[in-house]
Design a protein. Structure first.
Length: 386
């Protein structure tokens, strides 16, 4: 792809954004009800789909096939035009799709990928009260009974479970095998009898995630992904989906809206200490965006190192904390008292105290910062195992 073709594509996306990004979404999504949030997200998803921008990373036969260089431009322009985020479809278009494409049957792919494009919502049901960093310690069990599995247990921190139609579920099928070898991977219809979802109220007042209780839940055997007891390997495909493009999108949003809110909070910049910290953050954001572009390109070329994604995730999450912390510091009284922020956005809304509290979510999921540092040390630098 030539530079000229890429610039033509950028102009096309810019024009589309000017015509389609709702200018008032931050106002209409502040204080929106759950139903309004879901409707808005579904509608935005369909607009992106009609333009060919909803699943650019999927294979061409399922509606994707966009070259990587264009995907980078697409996410840069969506962020530059402060487009709403696809919050609700996130697990479906990234985690569920990556898993089904890598390990699902043809039948499972045909059943779910078109349905995801029509708006099917997914949740990831991996973590449990005693299994987070040590995910392989999970205790939810699945017992084979004829052509079904009967599942009992509890999941926790399941983002968006209250809206989900389907769940990516890990459960133990062989209690006697070494712990990584006795786990299986299921597609669970969230409307199956015995599934109970309880939202968890957070410090910000939102309920981003939920507990899921499973009581003798029956899952047809053809909803197993991969062979029985190979779920650990399949789960690596799901976790791998968090790399690359998802980080690029978040970094671009932090570098655009996030930095704009921050510069506004600092204005007028007549204090050299404030100017210095703002400049440092801008330099760090430039570094982060370059790191993300590099990661996406190396993923596409299959040349990414084993710790590259960990480096990006660690740097993004800690920079997000530094930036929102500084916003809360310079934003004056308003930064402490505005306690409403729009749904459909990210962790950068200009409601600084909420953004700062929310930023701590990022050093935990997808592997905590301690786990990322261990990966960087052992797999990236080749240091001896702890
Ligand atoms: C915003 C958010 C969204 C999430 N969404 C989902 C979701 O959709 N689906 C899902 O399944 N899960 C989800 N999670 C759960 C997330 O994956 C776990 O919280 C995470 O893996 C950490 O597990 P834990 O909470 O049990 O903490 P623990 O594993 O108990 O860790 C507690 C502390 O001990 C440290 N620690 C643990 N083990 C080690 C070690 N070996 N070396 C050094 N330090 C260690 C950790 O770094 C941490 O500081 C989400 C979590 C958050 C915060």
């Amino acid at each position: 792809m030539t530079g000229r073709e890429l610039e033509e594509f950028r102009a096309e996306v810019r024009e589309w954004c000017r015509a389609h990004v709702p200018s008032d979404w931050r106002q209409t999504q502040t204080g929106a009800s759950d139903a309004e949030f879901v409707r808005f997200q579904q509608d935005w998803f369909q607009q992106l789909r009609a333009a060919g921008y909803a699943v650019p990373h999927w294979p061409v036969e399922y509606g994707g096939g966009m070259p990587v260089a264009e995907q980078i431009v697409l996410y840069q322009e969506l962020a530059a035009h402060d487009a709403p985020r696809l919050v609700l479809a996130f697990v479906a278009v990234h985690h569920a799709a990556a898993t089904l494409l890598a390990a699902g049957t043809e039948e499972q792919r045909r059943r779910h990928l078109p349905a995801i494009l029509d708006g099917e919502i997914w949740v990831q049901g991996f973590s449990e009260p005693g299994a987070g960093s040590d995910l392989a310690a999970l205790r939810t069990t699945a017992r084979r009974a004829g052509d079904e599995y009967v599942v009992t247990g509890q999941k926790v921190w399941a983002s968006g479970a209250q809206y989900a139609d389907w769940c990516l579920l890990l459960a133990r099928t062989d209690p006697n095998a070494p712990k990584r070898q006795g786990i299986s991977y299921f597609l669970l219809d969230m409307r199956t009898p015995g599934v109970e979802v309880r939202p968890i109220r957070q410090a910000t007042g939102e309920s981003h995630f939920c507990e899921i209780f499973l009581d003798e839940v029956r899952i047809p055997a053809d909803r197993l992904v991969g062979a029985e007891n190979t779920g650990w390997r399949v789960a690596q495909q799901t976790l791998g989906a968090e790399r690359g493009l998802t980080m690029l999108e978040l970094a671009e949003r932090l570098g655009n809206a996030g930095f704009r809110w921050l510069a506004e909070a600092c204005a007028p910049i007549d204090d050299p200490v404030v100017a210095d910290r703002l400049a440092t953050l801008e330099i760090e954001l430039t570094g982060l965006r370059a790191l993300c572009r590099d990661l996406v390109e190396r993923h596409a070329a299959a040349t990414a190192g084993p710790a590259d994604a960990s480096i990006v995730k660690l740097y993004y999450s800690e920079l997000l904390q530094r930036l929102t912390d500084f916003g809360a510091e310079v934003g004056g009284m308003a930064a402490q008292t505005v306690v409403r922020k729009p749904m459909s956005g990210g962790w950068e809304s200009g409601a600084w105290v909420l953004d700062f509290v929310g930023s701590w979510e990022w050093t935990i999921p997808g592997g905590t910062s301690e786990i990322q540092r261990t990966i960087i040390a052992e797999r990236g630098l080749g240091l001896p195992r702890a």
